[in-house]
Write a protein that binds this ligand. Structure first.
Ligand code: EAX
Length: 325
């Protein structure tokens, strides 16, 4: 008898303790594999937001392009079939050319300057603009400063990259930069190991972590620390979905993403010195002191190009160039 009573009480308790609202489920897309910069942000965000919400918010990270390439992930976020993404600045610029402003060559001097500007009002102007195309920008995490690698020969000056077949991100800006530098660029979505291995392309450009995590040292003998573009990720949500969230959930998601981004930027930077040593030990020949002024001169007139012609894009570029002088 006692046992049956206990059972009934337990059943009742369980029935009434079931949360009245089901957990909020978030699908988050990244194009890279575990251990990559994007995945470190995504996993940290998941851990923080699930813990802080007592699992009332649940995040499923779809990695390694299982939801498509970055352009396709962005399209699905626009439609609202995916809630969030950690997406590299490059492919973003076809959705809103204002993103070209952050990818402007040789814009930021160093990490501290990039953080101060992207976390400040100029970064917010980019996110404000993105609302027009259906994205809610939460914050910036980072890929990092991009460097050139190739399998053809050492590169110290723009002369050395004449005709070099290089892969660039799906971005008109990145294609234009490499054309201006004298290379022969082809836009392709990530990943690109096979194309490099088979010699469809001679080179590519990415931050140091990529050469390590994707083992490019196996197939790219030469690296040049060009640091030609500071490459952020835009950590975004679907605007329609975002607008329907409770303010409590928005607050929780936004602060968790900001904390994840800060954590990842530091993590990425802390590891760079070791990465250089590792890549050298793996046999890469690294040019640490290229003729940056010669590279700069080749892209000096980019700001006058059509890429930056839209009035709001041009206005922000001018402010950004002023702020980074
Ligand atoms: O993070 O496509 C690219 O070159 C990106 O930098 C890639 O997602 C690696």
């Amino acid at each position: 008898m006692k046992k049956r009573l206990l059972l009934m009480v337990t059943v009742l308790l369980l029935a009434f303790s079931t949360p009245s609202t089901a957990a909020l489920k978030i699908k988050l897309g990244v194009v890279t594999k575990p251990g990559s910069a994007q995945n470190i942000v995504a996993e940290k965000f998941k851990a923080l937001v699930e813990e802080r919400s007592n699992k009332k918010i649940r995040v499923k990270v779809f990695h390694s392009a299982s939801l498509g390439n970055e352009t396709e992930i962005l399209q699905q976020i626009q439609m609202g079939t995916i809630e969030m993404g950690i997406i590299t600045g490059g492919p973003f610029d076809t959705f809103d050319p204002i993103v070209r402003v952050v990818n402007y060559p040789f814009l930021f001097k160093d990490n501290a300057q990039a953080d101060a500007i992207l976390d400040g009002p100029l970064g917010q102007e980019i996110f404000k603009s993105l609302e027009t195309s259906g994205f809610k920008g939460l914050c910036f995490s980072e890929n990092g400063f991009r460097n050139l690698t190739n399998s053809r020969g050492p590169v110290r000056t723009p002369e050395d990259i004449k005709g070099l077949k290089i892969r660039v991100m799906s971005s008109a800006l990145h294609k234009t930069i490499w054309q201006a530098l004298g290379a022969n660029p082809t836009p392709m979505p990530w990943p690109i190991y096979t194309e490099l291995e088979q010699g469809v392309i001679d080179g590519q450009e990415n931050p140091l972590w990529v050469m390590e995590v994707y083992k490019f040292y196996e197939i790219q003998k030469y690296m040049t620390l060009t640091r030609h573009v500071y490459s952020p990720h835009l950590d975004v949500a679907s605007l329609g979905w975002w607008n329907n969230l409770s303010s409590e959930n928005r607050e929780m998601i936004e602060t968790a993403m900001e904390d994840a981004a800060r954590f990842q930027r530091k993590d990425n930077r802390d590891k760079d010195a070791e990465r250089l040593k590792l890549l050298e030990a793996k046999g890469m020949q690294i040019e640490i002191d290229p003729d940056i002024n010669a590279f700069r001169a080749k892209v000096a007139n980019l700001k006058e190009m059509d890429l930056y012609k839209a009035p709001k894009v041009h206005a922000l570029l001018i402010k950004m160039l002023e702020a980074t002088k």
